[in-house]
Design a protein around this ligand. Sequence first.
Ligand code: ADP
Length: 760
Amino acid sequence: MDYSILVMLLKNLVILPFQEIKIELKDEISKKIIKVSSKKYNNRVLIVSPKNESLTPSIEDLPLVGVIAVIKSKIELSNGNLRLTLRGEKRVKILQYKAFNDDIINAYVGDIVIPKFEAQGEEVIKNKLRNILKEYIDLMPNISNSILKIVEDNDDLDFLTDAITTFLPLKPIQKLNYMQEVNSEKRALSLIKDIKLEIKHQELEEKIDNNIEVRLSKEQEEYYLKEKLKEIQNILGDYNETNDDIVEYYQKLQSLDLNKKTYNKLNDSIKKLQNTPSSSPEHAVLKSYIDWTINLPWNILSKENLNVKSVLTKLNKSHFGLNEVKNRIEDYINIKSLNPLISNPIICLVGPPGIGKTTITESIANALNREYYKISVGGLNDATELVGSRRTYLGSMPGKIIQAIKKCNTRNPVILIDEIDKMIRDYKGDPANTLLDILDSNQNKNFIDNYIEEPFDLSQVMFVLTANDVKDIPYALFDRLEIIELSSYNIFEKVDIVKKYILPKIYTEFNMKRKLIIKDETIMYIINNYTKEAGVRNLERIFKKLITKLITSTTHMTITEIDVKNYLKEGEKLENKEITSSGVVNLLAYTNTGGEVTRLECAFYNGDEKVILTGQLGEVLKESVSVALSFIKEKNYVSNTMFYNHTLHLHFLNSFIKKDGPSCGVGIVSAILSRLLDIKVSEDISFTGEISIKGDLIKIGALKEKLIAAYNVGIKKIYIPLDNEKDLKDIPKNVLDNLEIKAIKNYDTIFNDLFNKEKK
Ligand code: ADP
């Protein structure tokens, strides 16, 4: 049924069916509408909420759904306003608006008829709505749950949706949408969605709240503590450095024989400290600076022992061999005795790990009666670590050099700078250049650490550097160093080291009265089967383990091979496995751990005409392969047509180790020829030498290391370049006696020995 009713526009306010609202009307038109409605329209008025919030929306903009409201009460207030209580009754559709001259709008409205929702579906929706509402109310700490009773007691979806919409803290625009949505099912689904969103928000808010709470309580605690501190400071008065400390600083300063500038600087700093309140942040910075600077050994020198005999006795007692180092120290003492002003040598000990570089340096310090300190520079990429950072930086400190000096508390210690070949040059600068300034005797008399800021004399320090590989020593340093290359120990030397150094050391350490009874062959068995190293570090560890087992499990002190097997796990056995096919040869390499025997395998098969190389090869090694191939082809050792439509693959074993260098050239030629001619090369044979494109053998380095490694695994015959023949004088006799060494000029010799079918 259509009827006419007066329209009241409510901006920013929505009324829903069943909802009661209280409003105060100021404007005359609204008041008039209410008056007329009360009289002529049975206390009913049509509430329309325009979406458009402009003050005077045009009729065309008005929505086509409104809510009929009952005027429940109206009171005229003394200020002339009209206070109303309205109660929403029902939604109606607006068929037509009509505006009158006096700005009052009339509307023709009709009831809304919505097809009834399928009963089962409606039930599901209602339950869902009730449940989610309950969940929401449970989550909200400050919300009344009275609505729950209402929704439990009523079953009409129209009512339920409107009641819940009224209850929820929705935005006006959301409420308006609910008001204008005539379909209760649609409203219910939207409500479920909106409540879910509200739940999510609430959970998130709670999470954030929790965090803020924790933070707040921490801040509060800090605040509280600061206040407490202030109180204490007030009671104590502002605490300054006690006079005692200041007096001590001044006394210390007087006792130091400093140059005037440094003296003044420290004097000023102490004065400043006296006047800086201890609560000021500058106080700690200043105090730390004075402590560092005033306590440096500005004038403290150890009295050096320059007695050659006593020094050498000590060095011989601590270390086997290493004669070049010992000789250099002897020279140093002799020269220093003649001219005490001579500058210290900058010795750089180069060689594989575990051969005594560090410990001999410590022994040198000890024998010369100097203090000793070790600085590691492996991986160092920031020069400030050596020379300190400026005091303006937070947490600044002197660099490693000044720290070493302070620890030694003398200005003539032996400082070991370890692993100079592993320093890294990057965007932060080149530590090698900084190191050069530190070592250079022309400059280091006035060494300035960034933190200390005053020149400190390093000229009496004896610097000893170490590196594993000469070629990795930074170029800037190389020229200035006295390089002493140390090689790995052969098995006989190792046996000596065990008997004369390692065992006595362990006896003392373990406080043992009875000595071990062990044959040289057993020591060799241990060396060969349980260690694979250039030095003796693992050997020492193994003997410690053996002796610990022995003294804890038996009373006798004899060790045989059988005992060794019982006490130790089968270690990595150094074997020279049999070569069973062509295309495989033993190569001799020099790595960081000393000499090593490795294998080269060569395959040759139908395929694209190409060469495959595997096993982590450096550029020089790759070039060696090209040279080897060109040599073989030019020399026509095999028919060149063999290479057509064939792939050649060379694999250098131990592929996890990077390999480079030219000395495998001869071995490469031999492996390829062995494969192409299908003639096996015995595992008793090995090769070392660079190959020229004409097949000449070119001199190589580290011959001693390579021959020792070959000998250790039982190789019998080795081809070396003729030019290396003169190096054989440095090879230990036992090694030479057990190896057949063929020093040759050109590859032809090897070809004739190994691959000449006519000869064979
Ligand atoms: P590096 O500095 O070359 O890596 P270390 O000085 O640390 O080697 O020596 C490792 C271990 O081997 C030490 O315990 C050391 O005493 C022992 N050692 C090394 N070389 C010798 C040697 N020539 N004589 C006696 N012991 C040695």
